[in-house]
Each structure stands twice: as C-alpha cells, then as structure tokens.
Ligand binder design. Sequence first.
Ligand SMILES: Cc1cc2nc3c(=O)[nH]c(=O)nc-3n(C[C@H](O)[C@H](O)[C@H](O)COP(=O)(O)OP(=O)(O)OC[C@H]3O[C@@H](n4cnc5c(N)ncnc54)[C@H](O)[C@@H]3O)c2cc1C
Length: 300
Amino acid sequence: MLNRYDAFFQALKEIPFEKGLMMQAHTSFRIGGPANALFPRNANELLHIMQAAAAHEIEPVILGNCTNILVSDKGIEEPVVFIANMLSGIEHQDTVFTVQAGTLLSTLSKETLRMGYMGLEWANGIPGAVGGGIAMNAGAYGGEIKDYLTEVTYIENGELHTVCPQSGDLSYRRSVFTAPSRVTVSAKFTLQPDDGYAAERMRDYMQRRLAKQPLQYPSAGSVFKRPQGFFAGSLIEQAGLKGAQIGGARVSELHAGFIINTGGATCADVLALIAHIQERVLAHSGVMLQPELKIIGKGV
Ligand SMILES: Cc1cc2nc3c(=O)[nH]c(=O)nc-3n(C[C@H](O)[C@H](O)[C@H](O)COP(=O)(O)OP(=O)(O)OC[C@H]3O[C@@H](n4cnc5c(N)ncnc54)[C@H](O)[C@@H]3O)c2cc1C
C-alpha cells in the first residue's frame, strides 16, 4: 500500500521531481542531507502541488533560493518544493512591477534599475528569491521589502488569495506571508522613477557588501537577528568569538555575524557553534541572540 507521501507524489506525476536530492548542493551553506523535491514550472503547478498537499494532509517544505536555511545532515522527511528560478519573471506597468516568487532579488533589483526605476538598489547582492525575501522581509542599507511591496498573491489551504499587505503584516525579518501556511506565488512592488543616483547607490552598497562580508565562503548570511539596541556581530566580537570554530563551522573574522563553512561543515557543527555563541554572548552581555536563519529537517 502507498504511504501518504507516495500517494502525494503519485498525484503529481507530471511535475518535475527528484528523489534523494542532496540539499547540500542547493543551499548557500553547502550543508544538508537528502530530500524528495518537486520543481513546479509555473503558478498552476504550484497551486496543484498545494492542493494535493491539502488533500493528503501534507505540509511540504517550501524553498526559495535556500540562502537563509540550515538543513539537517539527515535531510528532510517532508516533500520539498523548489521555487527559485522556476517561477521567474518580471512585468511592469508604469511604476508597478509584477514579479513571480522565484525571481532572484538581485535580478529584480538590477532589472528595475535598468528600466529606469529606483527603490530596490539595496536588494542587489541579497542572494534570495522574491518569495523568500517576502517571507523574511529581507532588507539592507535602510531598505526593506515591506517598503515597496504593494500586493501579494499567495496560496493558503489550496486556494489562491490576493491582498494588499497591511501595516504590521511585515516587520523586521518577520512576515505573515510565510510557508508553511502561506506560499507566495507572485507580488507587486511599486517603485519610483530613477532620481539619477540609483546606479551609484547600488554600486556603493555592493562595495560595502564585498568589503564587509566573507562572500568567498558558503554561509547563510547573518545567523542572528539584530537584538533591539545592539548589533549581533558586535556582541559576538566583544565576547571574543571571532574565528571560533567547531568542526568545519567558523565565526567569520571579517563579519562576526556570519558563520562560514570552511569546508565539510555539518549541520551539527553549525548548531553547536550557534549554541556556543548564544551561551557566551549571554554570559558576556546579557543578550540572548535569536537565530534569523530557518533550521529545517530531520531531528533538528
Ligand atoms: C551571503 C549572504 C548575504 C545575505 N545578505 C542578506 C541581507 O543583506 N539582508 C537580508 O535580509 N538577508 C540576507 N541574506 C539572507 C537571505 O538571502 C534572505 O533572507 C533571503 O530573503 C532568503 O530568500 P531565499 O529565497 O533564499 O529563501 P529560503 O532560504 O529558501 O527560505 C527562507 C524562508 O522563506 C520561506 N519561503 C521561501 N520561499 C517562499 C515562498 N514563495 N512563500 C512562502 N515562504 C517562502 C521558506 O519556507 C523559509 O522559511 C543573505 C544571505 C547570504 C548567504
């Protein structure tokens, strides 16, 4: 007899599928065990997946470009749905851009600038996709997704909904448009005509990123949320943890808010280093750091 996962995949036979996909090949951390993954090619296929999930009482793991996640070495039991690059595309009418959830934030940022609009210069260099960016309310250099997001189309309980985000729906690294309950399909962003300095701002932000982030190593960006009134990186540095290492996971010497994979780091290494940082920073400054990245998979 088919178990419910087999029955779910059987109902989705026409959608590209890979069994035992090693997540380490897809996560920006280069960490993570096997998963059974679906690759919807359009919004209809994504809707079909989510309807089948509702019918089989399955909660799939929805992934964008896998740049803010830490995946278990044992992999992921639930079906995984890959969205980045699959549901991709940008259309616009005047200042309003309709963007598919799998479009990369850097692509959106550069394309809108190329078309003569400003607002998303800060998003160039954030390696996530639009759906993940909305889920995390991604931001940098004073800009945040919520400042430009004017409409979201998402799937909830197997049905499509389109809403204008209300104040409070998105805040610092938090959003109501987040899997598993809501899966973003597309969104509208409202921008402004370029003031003539947008390209310069984009270059400046990118230079700052290149100078301050250890981009030559796999990572998931900043590991911890910014605690009110502090910077996580400074607290970690003050606790003497720059360069601290467990297995292949190390606190970056360039940016103490990043944990880097120096080669062969496991999820267990990163989790042990996160716990060590939390303990030392709490003892040193009285602040309990909370992870920003999402920890996913078997046994974590
Ligand atoms: C080198 C580096 C630099 C970074 N710099 C920044 C930065 O400056 N600012 C910043 O905010 N972040 C930064 N990040 C973190 C990361 O890129 C962002 O959080 C990004 O928005 C995550 O998008 P993603 O598509 O990779 O999401 P994933 O990592 O794939 O997923 C993250 C979360 O979003 C959910 N999700 C993904 N897609 C959808 C969808 N369509 N619908 C509903 N939920 C969804 C997932 O279930 C998961 O919970 C950085 C990461 C790296 C590696």
